[in-house]
Design a protein around this ligand. Structure first.
Ligand code: SF4
Length: 231
């Protein structure tokens, strides 16, 4: 089944409402105050399957101990794991360390010891999937890059394509295409749009509860309309 993409005017309206809400309601998080690609990569890897409150306990300490890719590449794996200790899913820390060594030591001519800016080039790095590549491209470099994680998939599915199943691979491909078709025009607006989609999934349209009464896109949401018996 192919879900129709929202018309451009509806997509722009959706994004405008979302961004206005984000400016009023977003949490102030340290990785939202930086454009340092490495710091953003660290935060994105830490946030995978981990609560924000938990990551806040680790992020600053990790960045202080390993402030850049160069410092991380010089560390031993045991030192990196010691800083990650307690956060779980240690493959993330191992991959991050591997990535730093690759960029700084193994292929410095290709990368200039910094992270690349496009999703395609980021995806070629060890341990970087489609979501993380989109997040670094958008949040560090303000590229017009889409990102779909569990939260974003749920929001898009509920709001615009309730017949899709976020657990089915081909439906997820459609949600990625939908996310790409909805990006605002400028990289700066895309930065806010992407942060806002994730924030809505974390605070309002959560896995457990739909706070539709507080939702900035309620008037455009198909699930809310179905719940109200309007469609
Ligand atoms: S209106 Fe309700 S279901 Fe729709 S996106 Fe908002 S919180 Fe989710």
């Amino acid at each position: 089944m192919t879900a129709p993409r929202p018309p451009r005017t509806q997509a722009l309206d959706f994004s405008r409402r979302l961004r206005a809400w984000y400016r009023r309601s977003a949490r102030d998080l340290p990785w939202r105050r930086t454009r340092d690609a490495y710091h953003i990569l660290v935060s994105e890897l830490m946030l995978q399957q981990t609560q924000v409150s938990r990551v806040l306990e680790y992020y600053d300490r990790f960045i202080t101990r390993f402030p850049d890719l160069e410092a991380l590449s010089r560390a031993r794996e045991s030192q990196v794991l010691a800083q990650w200790s307690g956060l779980g899913y240690y493959a993330r820390a191992r991959n991050l360390h591997k990535l730093a060594r690759h960029v700084v030591r193994e292929a410095p001519a290709a990368y200039g010891a910094t992270l690349p800016s496009t999703p395609e080039a980021l995806r070629a790095l060890p341990g970087v999937g489609a979501y993380t590549a989109g997040a670094v491209a958008s949040f560090a470099y303000e590229q017009r890059a889409a990102l779909v994680d569990t939260n974003v998939a749920r929001v898009l599915q509920r709001a615009l394509a309730p017949r899709l199943n976020v657990k089915r691979a081909r439906d997820l491909t459609q949600l990625w295409a939908m996310a790409e078709s909805m990006l605002p025009r400028t990289g700066r607006a895309v930065w806010v749009h992407n942060q806002a989609l994730m924030e809505l999934g974390a605070l309002v349209c959560t896995a457990r509860v739909k706070h539709c009464g507080k939702c900035p896109v309620r008037s455009l949401c198909k699930t809310a309309a179905m719940d109200a018996g309007l469609r």
